[in-house]
Design a protein around this ligand. Structure first.
Ligand SMILES: NC(=O)c1ccc[n+]([C@@H]2O[C@H](COP(=O)([O-])OP(=O)(O)OC[C@H]3O[C@@H](n4cnc5c(N)ncnc54)[C@H](OP(=O)(O)O)[C@@H]3O)[C@@H](O)[C@H]2O)c1
Length: 333
């Protein structure tokens, strides 16, 4: 008998997640029924949104229920199948959950090609985070040649691709990241024009020096003080795709809005929130373009793969909210 280990939600966290908020349950791995296949999960994606998925209240998806397996994108290998489209041995990625064996009907699960990129990259730059950067920047930010595009969390899974795509489109790319090592990587390895270390204590002045012509597109990943500093330097008719607000995901009290909100009015800014699934009908185009740029060496991607299995999940997840990750954060099972 094949045994599954699944990470189940035990309680809703207050602030950062704790080990006690989850439990690992050992259970028989179900055999696939008609039209189903079973995946042996190898890599689980750690995404900032997970903190929202386990919080109570209204969001863009229903919360993970207490006692349920933690929701997650993951990648693995089909180990048995009664589905005509998926054969044992094939590599797949999709919403498989934080567990060793997952059953799928093929919905929101895709075959991937490990000969083109390592398995973990298909839940990173070639998966959901890459699609997020692509749609948010191109559909909402609409960067023009010569414009200045700023992105926060610039060394991370989404941000690293936003700046590189902005460069492909002929814009000037400026990152905001925490610490000199990440900033150096963003400029020297990823090819951004500049990167501002928001932890250095001179955010407004450093941003002005990095963006002498002002900011036309701000790809928002963080919120809080960084958003405020950027709002003060936006150009007329600028665009702000609101992708994420990670600085507030673990807040235990209401978070105040930006004090420079007035900039939206006087600069006639377009500020639009989005979720990657909003662009589902264009997903094939995004995947093809991201794959082509990656194959041409025009998009560099970096994964931060952590060991420790299911037990390590809460501690590894918290790295996202402290800047402890460097690249797309992934847990190897
Ligand atoms: N809308 C969508 O559909 C969608 C889809 C995917 C992701 N997202 C959002 O995109 C953003 C980036 O996600 P990702 O997966 O690419 O994560 P990531 O950037 O790889 O990792 C998160 C990074 O956020 C930064 N950060 C954390 N707390 C911060 C704070 N208080 N102030 C400033 N920076 C902070 C840290 O970088 P530093 O060390 O540089 O501070 C950290 O490494 C998140 O907000 C996420 O929710 C949205």
């Amino acid at each position: 008998m094949t045994v599954n280990h699944a990470l189940k939600l035990r309680s809703r966290p207050d602030g950062m997640v704790k080990r006690d908020d989850f439990e690992i349950v050992e259970e028989p791995a179900r055999e696939p029924g008609d039209g189903e296949f079973r995946v042996k999960v190898e890599y689980v994606s750690l995404d900032p949104a997970m903190r929202g998925w386990i919080a109570p209240g209204k969001s863009y998806v229903p919360p993970v229920e207490l006692g349920a397996t933690m929701r997650a994108f993951a990648a693995g290998i089909v180990d048995s199948s009664n589905h005509p489209g998926f054969r044992p041995g094939e590599a797949v990625a999709g919403m498989l959950g934080v567990q060793r064996y997952a059953i799928s009907k093929g919905e929101r699960c895709f075959k991937v090609d490990p000969s083109r990129a390592p398995l973990e990259r298909w839940i990173g730059g070639l998966g959901m985070p890459g699609q997020t950067a692509y749609f948010g920047l191109l559909e909402i930010g609409r960067p023009q040649p010569g414009e200045t595009v700023v992105v926060s969390a610039a060394s991370g899974a989404v941000g690293s691709l936003v700046g590189q795509i902005a460069k492909i489109k002929g814009s000037r790319a400026v990152g905001i990241a925490g610490g000199p090592e990440k900033c150096r990587y963003v400029v020297e390895e990823l090819g951004f024009d500049a990167c501002v270390d928001y932890k250095a204590g001179n955010l407004a002045a450093d941003l002005r020096a990095a963006c002498p012509d002002g900011i036309d597109v701000y790809f928002e990943n963080v919120g809080g003080e960084i958003l405020d500093a950027v709002l003060a330097q936006m150009n007329l008719f600028g665009r702000i795709p609101v992708c994420g607000l990670i600085s507030a995901y673990n807040a235990t009290a209401p978070v105040a809005g930006p004090t420079n909100f007035r900039s939206i009015l006087v600069n006639r800014l377009t500020v639009r929130g989005f979720i990657v699934f909003d662009f589902q009908e264009k997903i094939a185009d995004a995947n093809e373009q991201l794959g082509a740029w990656h194959a041409e060496g025009r998009l560099k991607m970096r994964e931060d793969v952590r060991e420790g299995g299911l037990e390590a999940f809460p501690d590894v997840l918290n790295l996202l909210y402290t800047g402890g990750n460097f690249g797309k954060l992934v847990l190897k099972l």
